[in-house]
Ligand binder design. Sequence first.
Ligand code: NAD
Ligand code: TDX
Length: 339
Amino acid sequence: MSEIFEPKNIIVTGGCGFIGSNFVRWVAREHPEVHVTVLDKLTYAGNPENIAGLDSACVELVVGDICDAGLLDELVPGHDAVVHYAAESHNDNSIADPAPFLRTNVEGTFALIEACRKHGVRFHHVSTDEVYGDLALDDPARFTEETPYRPSSPYSSTKAASDMLVRAWVRTYGLRATISNCSNNYGPYQHPEKFIPRQVTNILDGVRPRLYGDGRNVRDWIHTEDHSSAVWTILTRGRVGETYLIGADGERSNIDVLRAILRAMGRPEDDFDWVRDRPGHDRRYAIDPTKLRRELGWEPAHTDFAAGLERTIAWYRDHEPWWRAAKDAAEARYAAQGQ
Ligand code: NAD
Ligand code: TDX
């Protein structure tokens, strides 16, 4: 194992989004000695409420664009590390309009690694298992760090491109960087355009959930708290230049997840509508997290999916003012796409 890196002063890009804000709250709770500067553009997916109430001596918000090289030149020096979550993150949006994905995911990552190279700052790149494409339902294989890149969607191809940039900057310029590729996250503060919160908020609204295609597509679910602890582990104890896959053995078909939501919310299991499939819809994702577990000793803590789902449902039930406007806008986008 390499030396332990003890950052005191980090930038978290995208810290007002779903996973970034959960990470910021996790750091504020577990490592209150660390100062966090959140850099977030506050797109439709960013909400400053997600980090409201945290000690302002520990967490500061800078509203800005990761593509803004001038801003990065001012902000990055003096920090120990940049943890990069900011992205356009939704596959369906990337199919409707890929341009913002190219800009933020590719050009934004480029601007950040240039700033980190120039100012000698450690970089952690948060990415996705979707860069590996998909697996067949009957394939016993899972993704490993050696699986070839084979992205399917505009979203995943821009994330793959950003991973490649980081790898090239490590090799060519000696950038001190690590990469993590995580499976599907769930938990509080997830935008209501995504599968689990969309179905939960539909049911709360008295609307039938919507299942794409045949519903047999498999996603490998991990609680966002476990993603946060894994990223912290890799940032502080991971080997520079390495990639680590993050997963918690949570493979489930979409129809099984939807039925679990319906049951937990007291609805009949068949109370949903089938809708048009997502073009290019990946069939199955599955992560083999052996490297992270063996090399860094990381273990997930939230492995009871039914319990995590119940807590997540309760969170959405209790936070309608948080999701209402975002949901209405997301449903207008879905209606335009026939989904
Ligand atoms: P999200 O869409 O909820 O949040 C994205 C955040 O980035 C928002 O706060 C948004 O305002 C900000 N942002 C977007 N463009 C920006 C820009 N140009 N400059 C500054 N800020 C900008 O996304 P998420 O689901 O929290 O995903 C976070 C990261 O984790 C992404 O990099 C995503 O690829 C990765 N990831 C997500 C999942 C998942 O299940 N959601 C799984 C694996 C990896
Ligand atoms: O209404 C829906 N009905 C449905 O059947 C929605 C919104 C989705 N789905 C299906 C599509 C997927 O098979 O549910 C599954 C999950 O969909 P999303 O929540 O859109 O997630 P996914 O496309 O798997 O990507 C997510 O995980 C990997 C994140 O959005 C990405 O940012 C991350 O990289």
